[in-house]
Design a protein around this ligand. Structure first.
Ligand code: KG4
Ligand code: ZN
Length: 344
């Protein structure tokens, strides 16, 4: 039985986990940096990198101790090697290289997005390729066709903000603090989703891509107008976002061909409205709907260990001079999209 140590440090979660072939998470630890970044209303890269550097080694030690696994009993060391904030990625990757070197075990350099893309298979042994993946987090907003380990076709991406980013910016506009997604969802539950007229950017476009910048600006104008209750703005924003997801998915399904399931991953998958919407869309199309447990949806190291394990089982590993990649698209053949910013 193979056991993989996974390390994640690409954004504001420092995490380590041990996962085996039997889909068991033997131990996992996550140190969130929310408190450190809260005063700034978003993740500050320099603060994140320093926090990862301070916390990662003791966190790995605690994870191994909790599982009662010694470093030399691990079969490979997997770490996120990108995309993400480069300082943090380097802390995790260099740590993994040192552990791999010290133990003589292979290094697996994992694409963070591949971690999200394969995490549903850690939770669900029956999930078969190919599946449609909606990956929605603070940094990513993509629709992918997952054909196999290492084979991804990017169908849609965002030309500006990611969906989680739109939730976070809406939270900031409404004075709800950081991270904003859960706070917007809670407030939206008390509001009327039809109260505030908001745009559905790119709705009806033949291209499958997302855009949320215009929606965010409209939320800002609605707030400044003083005409609406905050709860109504939150609910109307959330409804607009759901309409965008439904419309963009419909176009994407037309492009991607047959799949076995609709899968959601990334932090926004924690949102109940998102889950309900996707359940309905999957049912209409006769597809299974698979949503990993919330702890596997937000950034974590178990998904990195699992992606590392899937690659390790295929005989893959990476050299110790593998360089951290701030950008690392899952589908190297995907065309850059007009207006696309720094998103992977
Ligand atoms: O996957 P994740 O932990 O980190 C990234 O890779 O970005 O996702 C975090 C994002 C944040 O933007 C957060 O506001 C959003 O996921 N999020 C939510 C909810 N919970 C987290 N968005 C909407 N509703 C939620 N309940
Ligand atoms: Zn992520």
């Amino acid at each position: 039985m193979a056991v993989i140590l996974g390390i994640e440090s690409s954004c504001d979660e420092t995490a380590a986990a041990l996962v085996d072939d039997g889909r068991h998470i033997l131990a996992q630890r996550i140190a969130s940096q929310d408190d450190a970044h809260r005063p700034y209303g978003g993740v500050v890269p320099e603060i994140a990198a320093r926090a990862h550097a301070e916390r990662l080694a003791p966190l790995i030690e605690a994870t191994l101790a909790e599982a009662g696994v010694a470093l030399d009993e691990v079969d490979a060391v997997a770490a996120t090697a990108g995309p993400g904030l480069i300082g943090g990625v380097m802390v995790g990757l260099v740590t993994a290289k040192a552990l791999a070197m010290a133990s003589g075990k292979p290094l697996v350099a994992v694409n963070h997005l591949e971690g999200h893309a394969l995490s549903p298979r850690l939770a669900d042994a029956t999930l078969e390729f190919p599946y449609a993946l909606l990956l929605v987090s603070g940094g990513h907003c993509q629709i992918l066709r997952v054909d196999d380990v290492g084979r991804y076709r990017r169908i849609a991406t965002t030309i500006d903000d990611a969906l989680g980013e739109a939730f976070d910016k809406t939270a900031k506009i409404l004075g709800l603090g950081y991270p904003g997604g859960p706070a917007v969802e809670r407030l939206a539950a008390q509001g009327d989703p039809r109260a505030v007229p908001l745009p559905r950017p790119l709705h009806g476009s033949a291209e499958p891509h997302f855009s949320f910048a215009g929606l965010k600006s409209a939320v800002s104008r609605a707030k400044e107008s003083g005409q609406y209750r905050d709860a109504d703005i939150a609910a109307s924003f959330q409804r607009a976002a759901m309409d965008c997801i439904a419309d963009r998915l419909a176009v994407s399904f037309g492009i991607m061909g047959d799949v076995t399931a609709l899968v959601v991953a990334g932090g926004v998958a924690a949102n109940r409205e998102v889950r309900t919407l996707l359940e309905g869309i999957a049912a209409e199309r006769g597809l299974r709907f698979v949503a990993p447990p919330l702890t596997l949806c937000t950034d974590n190291a178990a998904m990195i260990a699992w992606a590392g394990l899937e690659r390790f089982r295929k005989g893959q590993s990476d050299p110790l001079d593998f360089a951290a990649r701030p950008r690392w698209p899952l589908d190297p053949e995907a065309e850059p999209v007009r207006g696309a910013g720094v998103k992977a």
